[in-house]
Design a protein around this ligand. Structure first.
Ligand code: TYD
Length: 244
């Protein structure tokens, strides 16, 4: 079934849909390696744009010029010798720039922002499998996101062995795994469990998507979840630190 062929998903009435778009909507896509997030974000963006939604696709680490400058340092492994705390602070620095330069302005303009990875990746990769102190991670997260909590988070769940197989196939022969992909299967398994634990702890924000299914099936599930969330959304009160 093409869920978007049902006009009820965008409310059917143009005026009504416009009023619901005021204030924007921030959706993040999370999960392990090779879960198909990027493909699904592109497909969702295409379907939403076909419905005249104003959509911005972005990603982390990166998404703004400042954050993209930090991306290479993180994914090449150049920061790895300095330890997980150093990496966590760099991810947070990149996130802060991305939030203030790109995400918040877009949401305030009324756009729907689709972001490939965000704060939950730091909670899982740096916090859980990096073994960092939860209080430190919480403080860092607060500074980095400055109130910009996602309205909706889709957690793409897949057996890590299958995810890594997909990631390898996607890369092709020339490129090796990045800093995080190259870690052991046991670490990827802990990450999977940590993402599922976040979903369980925050059911009002998170939806778990079975990413092992066929891409077309996943696309329909994602589309239905996102449009249902847009239907029922309430104006979000974001707590932002006052500028000094
Ligand atoms: P990338 O190739 O951009 O994406 P993906 O794996 O989603 O296809 O790789 C980003 C890597 O950075 C990925 O291994 C997860 C990791 N990462 C963190 O460790 N912490 C973070 O906060 C973020 C955003 C990403």
């Amino acid at each position: 079934m093409d869920l978007l062929s049902d006009e009820s998903y965008d409310g059917g009435e143009r005026g009504q849909r416009h009023s619901r778009l005021t204030g924007g909507f921030f959706i993040t896509f999370e999960g392990g390696e090779g879960a198909g997030k990027s493909t699904q974000i592109e497909r969702l963006a295409r379907r939403m744009r076909a419905k005249k939604y104003d959509v911005l696709v972005t990603r982390e680490p990166g998404g703004s010029p400042g954050a993209e400058a930090v991306r290479h340092v993180l994914l090449s492994g150049a920061a790895e010798p300095f330890g997980p705390k150093m990496e966590a602070i760099l991810f947070a620095a990149a996130r802060s720039d991305h939030v203030e330069q790109v995400i918040r302005p877009a949401v305030e303009r009324g756009s729907i922002v689709l972001c490939d990875r965000f704060m939950d990746s730091s909670r899982v990769y740096q916090g859980v499998t990096g073994g960092l102190d939860p209080a430190f991670m919480k403080a860092l997260e607060e500074v980095a996101i400055n109130g910009m909590v996602p309205d909706l988070t889709l957690i793409f769940d897949i057996d890590p062995a299958e995810g890594l197989r997909r990631a390898t196939a996607r890369r092709g022969a020339g490129d090796g795994p990045d800093r995080f992909e190259k870690e052991t299967l046991a670490i990827h398994q802990r990450r999977r469990e940590a993402f599922l634990a976040i979903a369980e702890a925050e059911p009002e924000r998170c939806i778990v998507i079975d990413a092992s299914a066929d891409a077309g099936v996943v696309e329909n599930v994602v589309t239905a979840a996102v449009f249902a969330a847009l239907e029922r959304r309430m104006p979000v009160q974001r707590k932002q630190t006052a500028p000094v």
